[in-house]
Design a protein around this ligand. Structure first.
Ligand SMILES: Nc1ncnc2c1ncn2[C@@H]1O[C@H](COP(=O)(O)OP(=O)(O)OP(=O)(O)O)[C@@H](O)[C@H]1O
Ligand SMILES: [Mg+2]
Length: 501
């Protein structure tokens, strides 16, 4: 392989954090014009390796070369100069500005002292056409769906002439349709000679999107494989050193009393438009009701109304016998547990320890006459760490020091530890590796069998089909239908979601 064909070479990278070895003698080479997937369990060191490449973290050992230039003790500005670009999962966009304004932000074309808006729009349109990322440069970013906002992030790095794009779990926030589009975009960019580094937990995507795949385990890069010569089974085996159990299928059971009753519910979106209209839905003890729908069809608002986080404009929501007001604490008191879709916004406090995060919203249960009962809290946190396999196993560690997937496990563990009557789980496996996802689904089934009612929102149709007892389809804020998961497949469910009853 000639050096000219290699876009990125990382060799012998080791990164030590106070309590963990995040990368251990990790090596990676990325060719020009390839989509290179990086996979591994939660905490395997994928994000750390990418942060080191981009100059956001500095390695203790190892060398980095980008397009033939050595990078040493570099900052992101140096990385960008060398041809790297990083697409962040939490977008760094300015909502009220247009697509073109966001793309050129910080590198604006000027005419004299003035911002040259026409040229900015022209250049953005040019790049978007050249690289097959259609978008209206004049649209306001805050009006765009998530997939389009991500496209703006990609345009931003292309505008800065990136030759190597790093995408850390870009599909975690996308709908299946948006994911398909992103895969096409990545393939198109690679076809034009760009190199893509792409982290994902979804092996199906890895199989269709990538040319090669590097598997990481416990900080090491264990193997790089040609995608066409491997299988999801082999990749999972290399990741975990064990095989996956077959998918779960619920045993039918008789549901009990209603734990959630929604009658003729209407609610508004953040923008004041109708988000939900005339929703009638009952969840009973001992059943899992799946909610399917294309993202943005009311799922978020539905969950927020149930969790007391959004005002109900018409109709009623009852948890148990208690009518819901916009009062999350009262909802929890009535027996709710809520795994929120955006854990950073609602689920955790990153600067707090695992222990402190493990009792968020549960402080009452752990306070006595003399203040918080610390020993009990410690045991509670240890229980969550143990039951959800949070790594590293240290209740005192700050949450920001955990990998993304391990942060999610803390939230899941805390909410399940409430022993709820009603569990509302919104995308609970987002960001989790295949093993951890399977574990969470099993735990949701255990809650159901214990007698909890579960409202389960997911964009992953295989997941919905695997554990739901029935599935309602949301389309444009209304319930468009209800199906028996035993009688539909993904294709049929996809059609219902698209509004083709
Ligand atoms: N800022 C930090 N301080 C201390 N430890 C850290 C820090 N960032 C990451 N780590 C640790 O380094 C290890 C690797 O984390 P990393 O985020 O790279 O994993 P990952 O493979 O991206 O996992 P995930 O799939 O969950 O995103 C983990 O054990 C994590 O706890
Ligand atoms: Mg990560």
């Amino acid at each position: 392989m000639t050096d000219a064909a290699i876009a990125v070479r990382m060799d012998g990278i080791t990164k030590l954090y106070p309590r963990v070895v995040a990368n251990k003698n990790a090596s990676l080479s990325v060719l020009r014009g390839e989509v290179h997937a990086v996979v591994g369990e939660n905490g395997a060191g994928k994000s750390t390796l990418m942060k080191i490449l981009y100059g956001l973290a500095s390695p203790d050992e190892g060398t980095i070369e980008v397009q033939g230039h050595a990078l040493h003790h570099h900052a992101p500005a140096d990385a960008i100069r060398a041809g790297l670009g990083m697409v962040f999962q939490h977008f760094v966009l300015v909502g009220p500005l247009t697509v073109a304004e966001n793309v050129v932000l910080g590198a604006e074309p000027r005419r004299g002292p003035l911002f040259d808006r026409a040229r900015a729009q022209r250049e953005v349109r040019e790049i978007s056409e050249r690289f097959g990322l259609p978008i209206d440069p004049r649209a306001k970013v805050e009006d765009l769906p998530v997939g389009m906002q991500q496209r703006v992030e990609i345009l931003k790095v292309l505008f800065r002439r990136a030759e190597v794009l790093i995408l850390d779990e870009p599909t975690a926030v996308l709908t299946p349709q948006e994911t398909d589009e992103l895969v096409l975009v990545m393939r198109g960019l690679a076809g034009q000679g760009k190199s893509i580094l792409f982290i994902s937990h979804k092996l199906r995507e890895v199989m269709v999107a990538s040319d090669r795949v590097t598997v990481m385990r416990q900080g090491r890069t264990v193997r790089t494989l040609e995608t066409s010569g491997t299988s999801p089974g082999e990749i999972a085996h290399l990741m975990m050193d064990r095989d996956l159990a077959p998918p779960v299928r619920p045993a039918a059971r008789e549901p009990g009393e209603a734990v959630l009753e929604i009658g003729n519910l209407s609610a508004l979106s953040d923008r004041g438009t109708a988000a939900l209209s005339g929703i009638d839905l009952v969840v009973r003890a001992g059943e899992i009701v799946g909610v399917a729908g294309v993202e943005g069809n009311g799922q978020t608002e539905l969950v927020e109304c149930v969790a007391g986080l959004r005002a109900v404009s018409e109709g009623t929501v009852r948890i148990g016998s208690r009518e819901n007001r916009q009062d999350p604490a009262a909802c929890y008191a009535a027996g709710l547990a809520h795994i929120p879709e955006d854990r950073h916004e609602r689920g955790v406090i990153l600067d707090f320890s695992v222990e402190d995060n493990s009792i968020l919203g549960l402080q009452g249960r752990f306070s006595g006459r003399l203040g918080l009962r610390h020993r009990e809290i410690h045991r509670h946190a240890e229980g969550i760490i143990e039951s959800c396999d949070v790594r590293p196993r240290d209740p005192a560690i700050r949450l920001s020091q955990l990998s993304g997937g391990n942060q999610q496990k803390v939230v899941v563990g805390r909410e399940l530890a409430r022993r709820p009557r009603l569990l509302v789980a919104a995308h609970p496996t987002r960001g989790l590796d295949v093993g951890a996802s399977e574990f969470v689904l099993r735990r949701v089934l255990v809650e159901r069998d214990r007698g909890a009612g579960v409202l389960f929102v997911s964009a992953e149709l295989p997941e919905l089909l695997a554990i739901s007892d029935r599935i309602v389809v949301l389309a444009r804020g209304r319930i468009a239908g209800e199906v028996d998961p035993a009688e539909v497949d993904e294709a049929r469910l996809g059609l219902l979601m698209a509004g083709h009853g």
